[in-house]
Design a protein. Structure first.
Ligand code: UD1
Length: 422
């Protein structure tokens, strides 16, 4: 298993480019199932989760090729309607094939996603959405079995109790080929959902209101092949900005969508970070010492839960005390005991963490079971005195492409090595 060795204390500088969004690429790749013909998707990051989605699609009969961050997907001939457990268990987002399979083939058998490092993360809203579109949904030996009515799915009025990125995307994909109009209320407004809608529209779907909490979809007979460029990853953008900030460095970031980063820029600004925006690039200047702030995670355009762990790493060395409230996943705190191993002062009380900055962290062995939490360890390691070893970095590889090389380019002392053991 791979690990990172980090020697803290380097100030980051130089320039790097942000990769394509993982959380937009995954549903867009699943949406390719709706289209007979070849699609091209550019700016797809080379990540384990993307490879998992490719394997799921190939299992369904899709011919997929990936070169130089461009994905070609041809779903002309689908040979299966089943996404097996062994694939789905590797990545929860595999559930995204449910809506497209139901819409295109009229049936789907998709393994229920397994447990998660922070949970519970149910899929009840996805299933309820499919039922409202007319599908018969049942559970069989850990699989969701869904069947469209004779004549195909029918447009419906769907109002979600909770704003869900995954359920909004899944229902949107199912509804584009349904008969009549579907309206999704309390829809997710995340940029990744907007990107999915833009992709579907480019392929001939009729969708309005994406980017707001009410999305209307008028079903069409079929979609056509398309070429599409993915959006940049806003979580990676925030992570690299945080890495620059925590070291008090100054660096340049290319390929950013500042319009999707407002709250992250605001919070960094409140912490004393200088940000100069010019078109799609940024100059980030970390302060001598960060200032503590309070943070509450919320659905977009609120502060993203996927940056909670990373910003907690910043608070660990900031001046003062900051309170972090997690409102999306109440137990998403596996980074807390590991940051404490680096010397952080964090008091956790339910979904609220009170973080008092310390003047310095000290290198240690740390490990985590969650992608973003592992990244918080890397940030801690960048400023900790001495050596930090971050174990099990395969979690980071699920969501960040060669993060160690990119941080090295910016001047960090970090390398990957393979360690013995299970
Ligand atoms: C997506 C992101 C993930 C991010 C999360 C919240 C992808 C691949 N993953 O996950 O990185 O952390 O959004 O921004 O895009 N819920 C239900 N029932 C459901 C579905 C969700 O109760 O059927 C709840 C969840 O438990 C959670 C909330 O809704 O409390 C939001 O989850 P959701 O937006 O669905 O997250 P994901 O799409 O799984």
């Amino acid at each position: 298993m791979d690990a990172f060795r980090i020697r803290g204390g380097r100030t980051l500088g130089g320039s790097t480019t942000v990769g394509g969004s993982k959380n937009a690429a995954l549903p867009i790749l699943a949406a390719a199932l709706l289209i007979p013909g070849r699609i091209f998707l550019r700016r797809v990051p080379h990540l384990r989760d993307v490879v998992t989605m490719q394997r799921v699609l190939e299992h369904l009969g899709v011919v997929a090729g990936y070169e130089d961050h461009c994905f070609q997907v041809d779903a002309t001939e689908l040979t299966s309607h089943e996404a097996p457990w062994d694939m789905v268990r590797r990545m929860r987002a595999s559930i995204y094939v449910l809506g497209p399979l139901l819409a295109r083939l009229g049936k789907a058998r998709v393994s229920l996603p397994g447990g998660c490092a922070w949970g519970p993360r149910p899929v009840d809203l996805h299933l309820r959405g499919m039922e409202l579109l007319g599908a018969k949904v049942s559970l069989d030996q850990g699989y969701v079995v869904a069947e469209a009515p004779k004549g195909g799915l029918r447009g419906a009025h769907i109002s979600f109790d909770v704003s869900s990125v995954g359920a909004t995307g899944n229902v949107m994909m199912a509804a584009v080929l349904a008969k009549g109009r579907t309206v999704i209320e309390n829809a997710a407004r995340e940029p990744e959902i907007t990107a999915l809608a833009d992709f579907l529209i480019a392929a001939g779907a009729k969708i309005e209101g994406h980017g707001t909490t009410t999305i209307a979809i008028d079903g069409v007979e079929g979609l056509h092949p398309v070429e599409f460029e993915n959006i940049p990853d806003r979580i990676e953008t925030g992570t690299i900005m945080a890495a620059i900030a925590i070291t008090g460095g100054r660096a340049h970031l290319e390929g950013v969508r500042p319009d999707q980063m407002a709250i992250v820029f605001d919070r960094l600004h409140d912490m004393g970070v200088g940000i100069e925006v010019e078109g799609r690039s940024l100059e980030v200047q970390g302060p001598e010492r960060l200032r503590a702030i309070d943070l509450t995670t919320q659905v977009y355009p609120g502060f993203p839960t996927d940056l909670q762990a990373i910003f907690m790493a910043l608070l660990c060395v900031a001046d003062g005390t900051g309170v972090v409230k997690e409102t999306i996943y109440s137990d998403r705190f596996s980074h807390v005991p590991e940051l404490q191993r680096l010397g952080a002062n964090i008091k956790l009380d339910g979904p609220v963490a009170r973080v008092t900055g310390v003047p310095k962290l000290t290198g240690a062995h740390v490990l985590s079971t969650d992608l973003r939490a592992s990244c918080a360890m890397v940030l801690g390691g960048l400023v900790a005195e001495g050596e930090t070893i971050v174990h099990r970095v395969y979690h980071i590889d699920r969501g960040y492409e060669r993060i160690e090389e990119r941080l090295s380019t910016l001047g960090a002392e970090i390398d990957r090595f393979t360690e013995e053991g299970p």
